[in-house]
Design a protein around this ligand. Structure first.
Ligand SMILES: [Zn+2]
Length: 187
């Protein structure tokens, strides 16, 4: 971020009055540009014990398998985002059941949320962002070809704890490393 989106002046990176961390601040119009984590919402679609996965047609991680998920849009709920992404990427209509995992990924400033979902009918197809979409038994999950750690962690926890009603898995990937890095870079 370099220029003010209101007046096009060059931004400074300073701690504003009353704040406790540096922000991008416009010296001309005083606008402050806050940067906060973005939310990725998706589903863990299950059909007769099989999991629906999508092979990505886009970067990053083109050709790798993922659960259907994507960035939330303004104005929608996390549930709506998960359902929309499942439709866009897998052309699948699912019934959301419960929050399954909520994973903080500090090194990319994202939070990933997956809902357990039931795919009632085995009806799906590759959307624009997918090369193919398929159902997998546990023993056939392509563990070495999964696109993202949050996907593999979510699947691992699902198969490790198959009792249907479980508390959501809330965890982070690499927060201690990120903290250490932050402490180091701040002196
Ligand atoms: Zn400005």
């Amino acid at each position: 971020m370099k220029y003010c989106s209101h007046c096009a002046s060059e931004l400074t990176y300073i701690i504003p009055d009353g704040d406790n961390r540096p922000r991008f601040v416009c010296p001309a119009c005083q606008a402050i540009f806050y940067q906060n984590p973005r939310i990725v919402a998706g589903t863990l679609p299950v059909h007769n014990g099989q999991i629906l996965l999508c092979r990505r047609a886009i970067e990053p991680r083109r050709g790798f398998w993922t659960l259907p998920a994507g960035f939330m849009e303004n104005g929608e709920s996390t549930e709506q985002a998960a359902l929309r992404e499942t439709w866009e990427e897998a052309q699948a209509v699912v019934q959301l059941q419960s929050l399954f995992s909520m994973i903080t990924v500090p090194h990319i400033d994202q939070v990933h949320i997956f809902f357990l979902a039931e795919l009632e009918k085995a009806e799906f197809a590759a959307g624009d962002e997918s090369l193919e979409v398929a159902l997998f038994n546990e023993e056939d999950i392509p563990w070495n070809e999964l696109a993202f750690p949050t996907v593999s962690q979510t699947l691992k926890r699902y198969f490790a704890d198959s009792s249907a009603q479980q508390a959501a898995h809330v965890f982070d990937i690499g927060i201690s490393q990120a903290l250490a890095k932050g402490l180091k870079s701040s002196g």
